[in-house]
Design a protein around this ligand. Structure first.
Ligand SMILES: [Zn+2]
Length: 391
C-alpha cells in the first residue's frame, strides 16, 4: 500500500544534494512524499509526484522527520517537584535527589514503572518524537537494573544500561565494590536486553578510571558505549568517550579546546541537553564553538524527574535557537538527523528514499515555527514506519 503526502509547504528531508557535499539540513518547498509500506519511496516537488494508492493532503503545512530523542531516563517512580521549586526559589541544592528516585523506583511494582514509561512515551510522541533512547539507572541493584532494561525494551530498541549512574547508599563506603558489581553480575543481567552502556563520568559520580572500566566491560559484553560527560564541570568524560569510540558524549557543558578538537576529529556526537540548563539555571553549552569546529551536534531532552523533567524536543529546539545561537536549521537537524547519528541509526532522522517513514506534520508552514512559536503545541500528526501513530 503506497501513500502520497501532497501539498507539503516545506518538506524537511535532511538529504542534501550529494553533489553539494556534506550532510546537513535540507528541505524542499511545495513538496510531496510517497511512502510505500514502512519506507520513504519518493520525495520531490509536488508537481512531479507519482501516483499512489491513497493520498493525504498536508494543506501547505510542514513535514519533518520525527524527532530522535537520544537521551532519556524514563524508568523511575516518584517525582521531585518540591526539589525543583526549592531550587528556583534559590535554596541550595541538597544532595540525595537521585537517591530519593532510587528509593521510590526500588519500591515500585513492575506495572507502575511500565505505566510511567508508557505515559512518557505517549507524551513524547504527542510532541513529535518517533524514536527515543531509554536508560536504566534508578535501580542500582542487579535485580532492579535488570528489571529497568527489560521494561525499557518493551518500548524501544534503544535501551541503555546505566548501572553506573551514581553509587547507591549501601555502597557508600565501598565504591570500588560497586564498580565491580556494575562490571560483573549487574552487566551480565542487563546486557541481553540492552544495546548501549553508559556511565555518569563526573566528580561525585564516577572518575576516569572507573568510567573506563565500565565502558570496557560493557563493550566486552557486546554493548556500545555512550557517556554522560562534562556536565557540572571540566573533566575527563569527553576524551574518555572519544577514546572508547562512543557514539555520543552527552551534556558537553564545560569543554576545553582539547575536548572540542577531540569531538571535531572523531565520530563521537556532542549531544547537548539544554533542558537541563534551563531547569537547573546553569549556563548553556557552547553549541556554536562545537559547530564551528566541525563537531556533529545532537539535541536531546534528558527527560528525568530531577534535573530536567521535560519530554519536549520542540522546547529543546527553541532553547537551542534562542539561548545557544544555533540556527533554526541547525537545531532541527540536531533534533532529527543528529539524534540518529548519536544512536548510530541510518534509517531515521531523515526522509531520504529508503528511510523509515517516521515523520510529523506541523500545524505550521515551516520548521522555523518550532522556535518562532515556543511553547505552542504545533505537532499535528505523527507517523511511524508508514502508519499514522498519532493524529
Ligand atoms: Zn542523563
Amino acid at each position: 500500500m503506497s501513500t502520497l503526502i501532497t501539498n507539503i509547504g516545506e518538506l524537511v528531508t535532511n538529504q542534501p544534494d550529494e553533489q553539494a557535499g556534506g550532510a546537513g539540513f535540507a528541505a524542499v518547498a511545495d513538496a510531496a512524499m510517497v511512502i510505500d509500506d514502512a519506507r520513504v519511496a519518493w520525495t520531490g516537488p509536488a508537481s512531479r509526484a507519482p501516483a499512489a494508492d491513497q493520498a493525504v493532503d498536508a494543506a501547505g503545512r510542514a513535514v519533518l522527520p520525527g524527532f530522535v530523542d537520544s537521551h532519556a531516563h524514563l524508568v523511575f517512580a516518584g517525582e521531585r517537584s518540591a526539589e525543583f521549586a526549592a531550587r528556583m526559589a534559590g535554596q541550595p541544592y541538597r544532595a540525595g535527589g537521585i537517591r530519593s528516585t532510587v528509593a521510590a523506583t526500588r519500591a515500585a511494582a513492575d506495572d507502575q514503572l511500565r505505566a510511567n514509561v508508557g505515559r512518557l512515551a505517549a507524551e513524547m510522541l504527542a510532541q513529535g518524537t518517533t524514536t527515543f533512547e531509554c536508560k536504566s539507572g534508578y535501580g542500582l541493584t542487579v535485580g532492579d537494573e535488570a528489571r529497568a532494561v527489560a521494561i525499557a525494551a518493551e518500548f524501544t530498541r534503544e535501551v541503555t544500561y546505566l548501572g553506573a549512574h551514581v553509587v547507591p547508599p549501601e555502597f557508600e563506603a565501598d565504591p570500588a565494590g560497586y564498580v565491580e558489581l556494575v562490571c560483573g553480575p549487574m552487566l551480565d543481567a542487563c546486557a541481553p536486553a540492552a544495546r548501549w552502556v553508559d556511565v555518569f563520568c563526573e566528580r561525585g559520580a564516577f572518575g576516569r578510571d572507573e568510567a573506563a572500566a565500565v565502558l570496557a566491560a560493557g563493550t566486552a559484553a557486546g554493548l556500545q558505549p555512550r557517556v554522560h560527560a562534562n556536565q557540572l564541570g571540566p573533566g575527563p568524560g569527553v576524551q574518555l568517550a572519544v577514546r572508547a569510540g562512543a557514539a555520543s558524549a552527552d551534556h558537553c557543558t564545560y569543554l576545553d579546546d582539547v575536548d572540542v578538537d577531540a569531538l571535531a576529529s572523531s565520530s563521537t556526537v556532542a549531544t547537548l541537553l539544554p533542558g537541563v540548563e534551563f531547569s537547573t539555571r546553569q549556563p548553556y553549552p557552547d553549541a556554536r564553538r562545537l559547530l564551528d569546529a566541525g563537531a556533529v551536534v545532537a539535541l536531546a531532552t534528558d527527560c528525568n524527574p530531577g534535573s530536567c523533567f521535560t519530554s519536549s524536543m520542540p522546547l529543546c529546539i527553541a532553547l537551542a535557537v534562542r539561548e545557544m545561537r544555533m540556527t533554526t536549521q541547525e537545531a532541527v537537524w540536531a533534533a532529527t538527523a543528529g539524534g540518529a547519528r548519536a544512536l548510530r541509526r541510518a534509517d531515521v532522522g531523515h526522509l531520504g528514499v529508503g528511510a523509515s517513514a517516521d515523520f510529523i506534520i506541523l500545524n505550521a508552514p515551516s520548521h522555523t515555527y518550532l522556535a518562532y512559536r515556543p511553547g505552542v503545541p504545533l505537532v499535528g500528526a505523527a507517523w511511524r514506519a508508514g502508519a499514522l501513530a498519532r493524529n
